[in-house]
Design a protein. Structure first.
Length: 182
């Protein structure tokens, strides 16, 4: 009975972490975050999720990190498709957008590029649009290698959001729209 209980508990926890759902996680449209993962009072599931991905969580004064493995419609992000990540970014001293494989490995495109920073991105006023596609795109473009699923990490550094008691609403984060798939 002890072996069954132990095996069941491990399988349940593994499934929670594998599916990006766990206590302490907040969802904002397609974006998920463990807002207290770097805090001294972080819950064990948040810590386990970060450890499983091999990520060192930011503390609340440093900033916030959000992850998306699905688009706005709820479909899994696939490197064979073309996506547009667009909208206004919340206030922050700097932000980065990086692509990963679902198991946490950095996903580099054919050019070796794996993301964008706020210093590199071209803005159209307050609106920002970044294209993720295997085919060349005008403007802000992250080239993809067609080989499976991906996760987008969006990190905000030195942001007033980290000082807010409540999590930011989905309207303050960019949308992820599938433009097309071959």
């Amino acid at each position: 009975m002890l072996a069954v209980g132990l095996t069941g508990g491990i399988a349940f926890t593994w499934t929670l972490l594998d599916r990006w759902i766990a206590p302490g996680m907040t969802r904002h449209g397609p974006w998920v975050s463990w807002l207290k993962a770097g805090a001294p009072d972080a819950d064990p599931y948040s810590l386990a999720a970060m450890a499983r991905r091999g990520e060192i969580p930011m503390t609340p004064p440093e900033g916030l990190a959000f992850f998306a493995s699905r688009d706005d419609a709820g479909s899994a992000l696939d490197t064979a498709c073309h996506y547009e990540i667009a909208g206004s970014m919340p206030p922050a001293r700097a932000w980065t957008m990086t692509l990963y494989s679902p198991d946490g490995r950095l996903r580099r495109g054919p050019s070796g590029r794996s993301g964008f920073t706020s210093a590199e991105a071209l803005h159209d006023g307050p609106r920002l649009a970044i294209q993720l596609s295997a085919a060349p795109q005008p403007g802000n473009w992250i080239p993809l290698t067609v080989d499976g699923r991906m996760v987008v990490a969006l990190r905000f550094y030195d942001t007033p959001l980290s000082a807010e008691a409540a999590a930011p609403d989905a309207g303050r984060l960019p949308s992820i729209r599938r433009v097309g798939c071959p």
